[in-house]
Design a protein. Structure first.
Length: 368
């Protein structure tokens, strides 16, 4: 058995991932402009742990996140932590469309210990000692390419979602000579989460029922706040699959969405595009993004600048894409994807939503 206590000073950031050591903690954040596509973009934005590691092994990571999500990448696979249903991709290659989800939620703003056991015949994930996933049927256990890949060793990386802040206290990797120390309680039900067709119409309460307590309270609070605004009048809509809550102010053509399930938990706001009819007729009722940013800049220029930075950046799109939206703020110009503001599930960003939508409401009240 060989135990590697990783020297955090040797961790190397790649892509638009930033790192610094503060109070003996290794702190990382990502400035990636779009939410992660787990199968692709995460590969280019990460912290690299030195060396390559061989199974059977155990990883112990003590870390704190302020918003979902944290990604641990070993070889070709990744594991998502912080969401209601984290995703597991196999270390030897993708699951060919099959997605494995497990209960990966983490308490925010407090340190937790994540333990990942990759045995030759067992895999296990623990959070603060609680088993969240156990399997004896992983793809890597059966594939012919595993032996050669394991002989070379698997690189280890850590990443986080757009604008999330992660503080890492320690990383330990233990390589075993024969078998990993997997202790599984057969009485536990830690089978992968399966998503079935809903048997009843989702409600606001059912959509948020499995969110962490702090996030659930934040969503309840903003739901109450936004539906009492005037002169804007928001109507709440629930996605048929219970994955998204949308608030629409149809008179102004403005909407706010809270994504409560899926790979990345987030919320967005925008002056939406009306898509009835042929594409050449698509349009917005209004787009007061620049006007709102300039209004905010009069009293809080730092906040206005931060909102400008929160705009989805266009990743290229296609010729004639109607979602490409140009905005100018001061001497800065961007092409935004659909003109959407992106907010993380950091609790402070729910206050940002209130401040921004509150400014939109004030301008409408003034007839501007």
């Amino acid at each position: 058995m060989t135990e590697h206590n990783i020297d955090l000073a040797l961790l190397k950031p790649h892509g638009q991932t930033f790192a610094e050591t503060r109070d003996n903690l290794f702190c990382i954040s990502s400035a990636k402009e779009q939410p992660f596509n787990i199968c692709g973009d995460i590969r280019h934005y990460y912290i690299e742990i030195p060396g390559c590691y061989h199974l059977p092994l155990k990883m112990d990571i003590t870390a704190k996140i302020d918003t979902p999500a944290l990604y641990v990448v070993l070889g070709a696979g990744s594991i998502t932590f912080g969401n209601r249903a984290g995703r597991i991709d196999d270390i030897c290659g993708p699951h060919n469309g099959k997605k494995i989800h497990f209960s990966s939620h983490l308490p925010m703003n407090e340190f937790v210990r994540i333990t990942i056991m990759y045995g030759l015949k067992e895999m296990q994930i623990l959070i603060n000692g609680e088993e969240r996933y156990y399997s004896t049927n992983e793809k890597y256990m059966k594939t012919k390419v595993f032996a050669a890949m394991n002989n070379d060793g698997f690189p280890l990386k850590i990443s986080c979602d757009n604008r999330a802040a992660v503080q890492i206290q320690q990383i330990t990797v233990t390589e075993y000579d024969k078998s990993a120390e997997v202790v599984h309680d057969t009485a536990l039900n830690t089978e992968p989460i399966k998503f079935y067709a809903l048997t009843s119409k989702p409600t606001f309460e059912s959509c948020i029922a499995e969110l962490p307590d702090a996030l659930r309270s934040a969503v309840v609070d903003i739901d109450s706040w936004i539906r009492t605004l005037r002169p804007m009048k928001f109507k709440r809509q629930i996605d048929k699959n219970g994955e998204k809550i949308t608030y629409v102010a149809s008179e102004q053509g403005f909407s706010y969405q809270v994504y409560v399930s899926g790979g990345v938990l987030r919320h967005t706001a925008w002056w939406y595009i009306l898509t009835q009819g042929k594409p050449e007729t698509w349009h917005r009722k209004a787009d007061n993004m620049e006007n709102t940013l300039n209004y905010l800049s009069k009293t809080n220029p730092d906040f206005a600048c931060r909102m400008f930075n929160n705009l989805y950046k266009c990743a290229g799109g296609y010729a004639g894409c109607l979602g490409k939206t140009p905005y100018t703020y001061g001497d800065r110009k961007i092409i935004s994807c659909h003109g959407k503001l992106n907010f993380t599930m950091n609790l402070s960003e729910f206050d940002d939503v209130k401040r921004f939508i509150g400014a939109v409401n004030e301008l409408i009240g003034k007839g501007e």
